[in-house]
Ligand binder design. Structure first.
Ligand code: FAD
Ligand code: NDP
Length: 457
């Protein structure tokens, strides 16, 4: 297995794994475990939690707590946790008698991998089967002068020794919005530069709620703008020039940091490959070479799908199972200041596939009980369930913004796997008082035009 991240580790636990971290352009490097553990889900969620705690502290004062202002050592605490996970992965590999080589792999022929360590020591390894799980890395916009020299990416942001201070985040998908969310949440002046729309591929009504909430909570958005160049001023500040795509006018401002979150590229080049296209069984055009996780073209770039695909592949390779990975209806959550979780189709995609007239959308604007005493605005707390109109009204898509969206959607995604219908939702007795109960109370259709605001208990 080449790559010891989410997919590679899961797959190798059942063989030998090569894992090597090429430092980022800024020289940031980390240990075993891949993107999720070191520069992805884990530090992101912990920094998101730090930001949520800031909100909770403000809430706590409204609930009567007297809390003195204080500084925290968030980055160090998060980095220490990541290091403990690196160590935990090493121990697990040892326990399972998996050979771990801190070496970079490239393909020589269909059964041979060349492995090179940091000192240039080289060896060749041959195997009956080879699995590529080398993940991906953030991209830089190479057409923007100064982007590489002065910018950072998500590979660096979690490992900084000093605050990035006033930050421009370029991009508008998961990584951009989540990073902007926690940077602003810990008190930093944060601007997001959006080229076209936010959260492309997601339900756009939900995407709007997420960004409106962010704007209402102090995050600045430069809509329909694209950066042209970045210069370092004698003061050390970064001067960014961008173009307004509507007017083609150029504008400038200075920032302490520029974080590029403009997408990720699969790590195929270092393996002497261009693109890795896989079949349903994760096999490539070479029958004994497989690819899982972010490196494989067209797969969801999510940790749980990489892990499950890796585990199932390992079982098939040793003849213990024939089960294939099911990539349908994978729940996902964007950990923005107002979290957004979903499973299944967006309203737009459901309409495209089934026709607007064949779709029934149930929705509700609700107020989390915990927001009331804290006097928090709940305008963007919203639930939408997109169903087929006919029969029992099979649920095609479920969308939720609000506290703990990841927990809520994980639960309902189980229902999805079991063929969830609107009838099932209506027949479910709720757990009270929760936010998730609003999902089983839904009764207003969008089509009716009635006010979808949920009134109190
Ligand atoms: P990786 O985890 O990237 O592992 C690949 C490993 O292979 C790395 O250690 C790499 O250094 C190594 N490698 C590369 N080339 C070679 C080589 N030639 N030889 C040897 N080793 C090599 N997903 C979620 O589900 N939830 C989230 O909340 C979430 N948050 C994220 C936040 C951020 C900021 C980012 C960037 C991603 C996030 N993701 C999230 C996505 C998730 O991290 C990835 O989908 C997942 O880690 C992919 O796993 P993988 O095994 O394919 O690759
Ligand atoms: P995406 O490819 O999803 O998005 C890239 C973003 O950058 C888009 O908004 C795109 O805009 C914008 N962009 C691209 N080029 C430019 C440019 N030159 N100038 C301005 N903007 C530009 O990448 P991400 O890095 O956000 O995420 C990668 C994957 O990682 C996700 O698909 C997701 O699966 C995974 N992930 C999961 C998380 C989770 O589960 N919570 C969290 C973080 C990542 P446009 O739409 O205009 O092209």
């Amino acid at each position: 297995v080449v790559g010891g991240g989410s997919g590679g580790l899961a797959c190798s636990k059942e063989v030998a794994v090569l894992d090597f971290v090429e430092p980022s352009l800024k020289g940031t490097k980390w240990g075993l475990g891949g993107t999720c553990v070191n520069v992805g889900c884990v530090p992101k969620k912990l920094m998101h939690q730090a930001a949520l705690l800031g909100t909770a502290l403000r809430d706590a004062r409204k609930y009567g707590w007297q809390i003195p202002e204080s500084q925290t050592a968030m980055a160090k605490a998060v980095q220490n946790h990541m290091k403990s996970l690196n160590w935990g992965h090493r121990v697990q590999l040892q326990d399972k008698k998996v050979k771990y080589l801190n070496m970079k792999g490239s393909l020589v022929d269909e059964h041979t991998v060349r492995a090179v360590d940091a000192k240039g020591k080289e060896m060749k390894m041959s195997a009956r089967n080879i699995v590529f799980a080398a993940g991906g890395r953030p991209k830089y916009p190479t057409h923007v002068p100064g982007a590489e020299e002065f910018g950072i990416t998500s590979d660096d942001v979690f490992w900084l020794n000093e605050s990035p201070k006033k930050t421009l985040v370029v991009g508008a998908s998961y990584v951009a919005l989540e990073c902007a969310g926690f940077l602003a949440g810990i008190g930093l002046d944060t601007t997001v530069m959006v080229r076209r729309i936010a959260l492309r591929g997601f339900d756009q009504q939900m995407s709007g709620l997420v960004t409106v909430y962010m704007e209402a909570h102090g995050i600045k958005f430069s809509w329909k703008c694209t950066p042209k160049r970045v210069k370092k001023l004698p003061s050390g500040l970064l001067q960014v020039t961008w173009m307004d795509l509507n007017t083609t006018e150029e504008h400038q401002d200075t920032f302490n940091s520029v974080l590029w979150a403009v997408g990720r590229a699969p790590e195929t080049k270092t393996l002497n490959l261009e693109k890795i296209i896989v079949a349903a069984d994760e096999a490539t055009s070479v029958p004994n070479i497989f690819a899982i996780g972010d490196i494989a073209e067209g797969r969801p770039e999510l940790t749980p799908t990489a892990i499950k695909a890796g585990r199932l592949l390992a079982r098939r390779l040793v003849g213990r199972s024939t089960e294939l990975m099911n990539y349908e209806n994978v729940a996902t959550t964007v950990f923005t200041p107002l979290e957004y979780g979903c499973v299944g189709l967006s309203e737009e995609e459901a309409e495209r596939r089934h026709g607007k007239d064949q779709i029934e959308v149930y929705h509700a604007f609700y107020k989390p009980l915990e927001f009331t005493v804290a006097e928090r605005d709940a305008t963007q707390c919203y639930i939408k369930v997109v169903c087929l109109q006919e029969g029992e009204q099979r649920v095609l898509g479920l969308h939720f913004t609000g506290p703990n969206a990841g927990e809520v959607t994980q639960g309902f995604s189980l229902g999805f796997q079991c063929g969830l219908t609107y009838e099932h939702l209506r027949n479910t007795v709720r757990t009270h008082p929760t936010c998730a109960e609003e999902l089983v109370k839904l009764n207003i259709t969008k089509r009716s035009g009635l006010d979808a605001t949920v009134t109190g208990c």
